[in-house]
Design a protein around this ligand. Structure first.
Ligand SMILES: NC(=O)c1ccc[n+]([C@@H]2O[C@H](COP(=O)([O-])OP(=O)(O)OC[C@H]3O[C@@H](n4cnc5c(N)ncnc54)[C@H](OP(=O)(O)O)[C@@H]3O)[C@@H](O)[C@H]2O)c1
Length: 287
């Protein structure tokens, strides 16, 4: 790893909310920020903001619709061509979908965006971390994972859909994936951790929601929420502090290690989710 060149972070979903603030705070800390968004205008605006806070670095934004496995794969291939260095991956993009709907690839939206996108992207980018002599993967999960009811035979909630339950399930998948990654690559100095950013006043509860859901989110975050600046603290901590590279397979909240739901430590579950996700990915890629 060249100590002369600046550290490089890749963040998904940096066009608003926690990802946007994380990108800005890391740019201030002299990171070169590579990020994604789904909207071209917002990607351009984010890039302008990053160049303003740190014009010394060559930040780059990519447009990708991450509910599609093939888009995640296309983006990964593009990054493998464009980047010569990568130190940290922050998998942050995510959403809550009030109604059950399927993407053009036939996946339930929450599962597709919150789990399959990072599953496809992060695995493909591991060689970039490896070629750098190691690196960090930070999965932005949620406290809601404690209320998950994961059914490996119904990952896409076909049997019955509850938006909050499916969201919680995918957030548990984030931790299972981080822990499985850490076991696979920790020996090579590639450490993966996951986190809860806090209840943060972002637009996540408004984007794919009906009016009662939006009102509930507004009330909840108005009285219980923290600012986006505060919400970025734990991702920034894991990207920069010694903890994020010395330890792996850990869950953090408020910049401190916290006991996650015991299920995420279950190796069989980690591996079963990995195998099923791989099968889903292969089925889509073969079409
Ligand atoms: N807010 C909270 O209280 C809270 C609590 C626990 C965990 N989290 C987690 O924190 C992460 C960030 O959430 P947030 O609250 O900051 O939400 P947010 O403000 O809605 O930001 C989400 C980011 O993901 C992008 N995104 C959404 N759908 C996408 C898609 N289909 N394809 C590509 N990118 C997409 C968004 O793009 P646009 O800007 O175009 O919308 C945005 O950049 C999520 O993983 C969430 O689960 C949040």
């Amino acid at each position: 790893m060249s100590k002369a060149s600046p550290p490089v972070v890749f963040i998904t979903g940096a066009t608003s909310g926690i990802g946007y603030q994380t990108a800005l705070q890391l740019a201030v800390k002299d990171f070169e920020v590579i990020f994604t968004g789904r909207n071209e205008q917002k990607v351009r605006a984010t890039l302008d903001a990053l160049q303003t806070v740190n014009p010394r670095r060559e930040h780059r934004g990519y447009v990708a619709e991450l509910t599609l496995v093939k888009e995640a794969e296309r983006l990964a291939n593009q990054l493998l061509r464009d980047l010569v260095r990568l130190d940290v991956i922050i998998s942050n993009s995510g959403a809550v979908y009030t109604r059950r709907q399927e993407t053009s690839e036939g996946l339930e939206y929450t599962f597709a965006l919150n789990h399959m996108a990072p599953f496809v992207l992060v695995r493909r980018l591991i060689p970039l971390l490896r070629q750098n002599g190691g690196g960090r993967v930070v999965m932005v999960s949620s406290h809601s994972h404690y209320s998950a009811r994961l059914d490996l035979d119904d990952l896409q909630a076909k049997k019955g859909y509850s938006a909050l339950r499916q969201y919680a399930n995918t957030k548990m998948m984030n931790i299972l994936f981080a822990n499985a990654l850490d076991r696979r690559y920790g020996q090579e100095g590639i450490r993966a951790n996951s986190l809860h950013p806090g209840v943060v006043r972002t637009g996540i509860g408004y984007k794919h929601s009906h009016i009662p859901g939006r009102v509930a989110w507004w009330l909840f975050t108005r009285f219980k929420g923290i600012s986006v600046e505060a919400g970025a603290r734990t991702p920034v901590f894991l990207a920069t502090a010694p903890d994020g590279i010395e330890k792996g397979g850990k869950y953090y909240s408020n910049c401190r290690e916290k006991q996650p739901h015991p299920l995420v430590l279950n190796l069989n579950l980690q591996e079963a989710l990995w195998a099923r996700s791989e099968t889903i990915e292969q089925e889509i890629m073969s079409k």
